[in-house]
Design a binder for this molecule. Structure first.
Ligand code: MLT
Length: 298
């Protein structure tokens, strides 16, 4: 009988894959496997029983990788399982930055008792006019599972797409559309693109990758999107770049105390992977990985 512990809720459809040989335990110290979504395991004691940790998501920043390696605990993640959910929200972000959808929704709400609302729509149309993303240049930094999906989908929306990734995997390279221009110099993306979206993992080398120097090279009025990790973007530098008019909008799935409520910031509370489908996919993949490992050792 294997014992597993769920550190925070992952979808039932994944857990259903466990057979009667598995028992959910409340005592993390008895578990052979831990399934975790976003809770941090950094301050946790890792018991001797623990053999596997599965993160239902792509990033592994909430897992103490070195501690796990020292104790021989195998760590899994679920690359690609939530890529579709994140990709779709990236486009919602691009559209929110380009069309004043939020302003329009507020206007209707404020005018809900206005008998002439349908006539006044004409004035609102002018006030909330925006621009199209079709025909604009999009730079995708990082061509992993999510970056590739964003890049490919953008070509179908008529965007001119530039991708940058010094470590692109064979799988990603194969699935990248021929219409995406692969750029070897990130500076070219900074210089050329109207929209820049970052999809790299958070590592020592990528921390604050989008910083003062990067913003200085970008086009005036660029839209920057971050659906990867908060610390990839230097928050002081982006707020300065917004004030200077260099960055028109900063769309981020990671609100924090520096950016929340600030002019030019469109912030969403880490909803990229929060779709029924992505949650199910991640849970199924995480459970399958743990099962295969405990039962077959791979
Ligand atoms: C990820 O790393 O894939 C996301 O952070 C997943 C999540 O939102 O739980």
């Amino acid at each position: 009988m294997f014992q597993y512990h769920c550190l925070n809720p992952i979808a039932g459809v994944g857990l259903d894959l466990f057979s009667q040989d598995y028992k959910k335990t409340d005592d993390i110290n008895q578990a052979q496997a831990v399934l975790v979504r976003s809770a941090s395991m950094h301050d946790m004691e890792l018991s001797k029983e623990l053999c596997a940790v599965a993160r239902a998501g792509a990033g592994v920043n909430n897992i103490p990788l070195e501690k796990c390696a020292e104790q021989g605990i195998v760590v899994f993640n679920t690359p690609g399982a939530n890529a579709n959910g994140v990709k779709e929200l990236v486009f919602a972000g691009m559209l929110l930055a380009s069309r004043d959808i939020t302003g329009g929704i507020h206007w209707v709400q404020e005018n809900k008792d206005n008998e002439n609302i349908s006539k006044d729509v004409e004035k609102a149309k002018k006030a909330f006019a925006g621009c199209e993303i079709s025909g604009k240049k999009l730079g995708v930094l990082g061509l992993g599972a999510i970056g590739v999906k964003v890049a490919n989908a953008a070509t179908h929306l008529g965007m001119e797409v530039y991708g940058y990734d010094p470590f692109i995997s064979v799988n990603a390279a194969w699935s990248l559309s021929r219409n995406v221009k692969h750029i070897s110099n990130v500076e070219d993306i900074y210089r050329e693109c109207d929209y820049i979206t970052i999809h790299v993992p958070l590592l020592e080398d990528t921390k604050k990758m989008l910083n003062k120097e990067a913003f200085a090279q970008m086009k005036d009025g660029v839209v920057v999107l971050n659906f990867a990790r908060d610390l990839l973007v230097d928050e002081v530098a982006i707020l300065d770049a917004i004030k200077e008019g260099k960055v028109k909008k900063y769309v981020s799935d990671f609100p924090n105390s520096a950016t929340a409520g600030k002019e030019g910031c469109i912030l969403i509370p880490h909803l990229g992977a929060s779709t029924e489908e992505s949650e199910d996919n991640c849970a199924v993949m995480a459970v399958q990985e743990v099962k295969d490992f405990l039962e077959n050792g791979n």
